[in-house]
Design a binder for this molecule. Structure first.
Ligand SMILES: [Zn+2]
Ligand SMILES: [Zn+2]
Length: 338
């Protein structure tokens, strides 16, 4: 079968790989589509990772062989790659994505592959069948939208919440906009983004206010004239976005850090912006099976449809081109097809 695997110079190339054989409790799927994600780009840029890896974790597929009671050939499924054990101290305290077992890749070899083996823990905990009415291109967002929902949960927003700011209108920033709108229909959502084209997309997708980051005074004013935003989601990363996030958050509000950072990345901040003003800076990493189920329920119920974020559909043998498009920020979400 064909796979797109990582190269030593940080890109993807087409290669042949043996088809995986399934064992009891497992299933084999053929790929329908797999999203190319910022995490994949981050891994590609990490010089410490050995080449030859098959990335891809935003998987929609069709079951072609099953040795699990819950799946039958023909079932269309989403197959997130990570699952917590559900039993350790971290899992029991709600920190499932910090579970020591969470990092294991439960897809063999990975999403950028014509066929994939779903390991038993994925079949038990993360793989879900899709209703006929749900489009493949929406279902591909179950995994990333669950990550976003986890951050939104951690932001502590309440129904009466008035103002939220999203920094960055790349695919994850825009996905924040859509999941926020689905979760809090009455929230006032401001998006800060330097690129005019992406600002226009944010406006089309329902942002109440869209500004360039250097219009920060307007940003704070627009978020809430007197107090700032209840929560700010930083999907851009780095010092400038962090400064903006603290500035735009009301006293007692939360900044949620969502962007990848390089190993030695640091930011500085005014201690009193946190101490005296009771702001909280929190992280949100990946998504749990419960969050995946909730976003899939939102999609099945019609409250959430991220498919407008898909700008490109490319076959696996053009994976290198997909990476290049994302690196140049010439694409929002790219789906790879077999
Ligand atoms: Zn992802
Ligand atoms: Zn655990």
């Amino acid at each position: 079968m064909k796979v797109a695997r990582t190269t030593a110079d940080g890109n993807l190339e087409l290669a042949e790989a043996p088809e995986p054989a399934i064992r009891a409790g497992e299933a084999l799927i053929e790929l329908v589509c797999c999203g190319l994600c910022g995490t994949d780009l981050y891994k590609l840029a990490d010089a410490g990772r050995p080449p030859g890896e098959v990335l891809g974790h935003e998987v929609v597929g069709r079951v072609i062989e099953s040795r699990a009671d819950s799946l039958r050939p023909g079932d269309r499924v989403v197959a997130p790659h990570h699952a917590p054990c559900g039993e350790c101290r971290l899992c029991r305290s709600g920190a499932e994505t910090m579970c020591p077992g969470f990092a294991e890749n439960l897809l063999d070899p990975g999403g950028f592959s014509e066929r994939l083996r779903l390991k038993a823990r994925a079949v038990e905990r993360t793989v879900r069948t899709l209703d006929d009415g749900l489009a493949d291109e929406a279902a591909a967002f179950v995994e990333p939208a669950a990550c976003v929902l986890r951050g939104i949960d951690r932001a502590g927003l309440v129904r009466e919440t008035q103002a939220v700011v999203v920094i960055g209108a790349g695919s994850m920033g825009l996905l924040h906009l859509l999941v926020l709108r689905a979760s809090f229909p009455g929230a006032r959502i401001l998006v800060a983004e330097p690129d005019p084209g992406r600002r226009a997309t944010a406006r089309q997708l329902g942002a109440d206010t869209v500004v360039a980051p250097d219009e920060f005074t307007d940003l704070v004013d627009a978020a809430n004239p007197r107090t700032g935003a209840d929560a700010v989601f930083d999907t851009a990363g780095g010092q400038a976005a962090f400064d903006l996030a603290l500035l735009a958050t009301r006293p007692g509000g939360r900044v949620v850090l969502f962007a990848h950072a390089t190993r030695d990345a640091r930011v500085t901040f005014d201690i009193n912006a946190v101490f005296k003003s009771e702001r909280q800076v929190i992280g949100a990493y990946s998504g749990s099976p419960a969050e995946q189920k909730r976003v899939l329920d939102m999609m099945h119920g019609g409250a959430l449809d991220p498919s407008p974020l898909v700008t490109h559909r490319l076959p696996l043998d053009r994976a290198a081109e997909a990476v290049d498009l994302c690196r140049r920020q010439a694409a929002l979400k790219i789906l790879l097809h077999p």
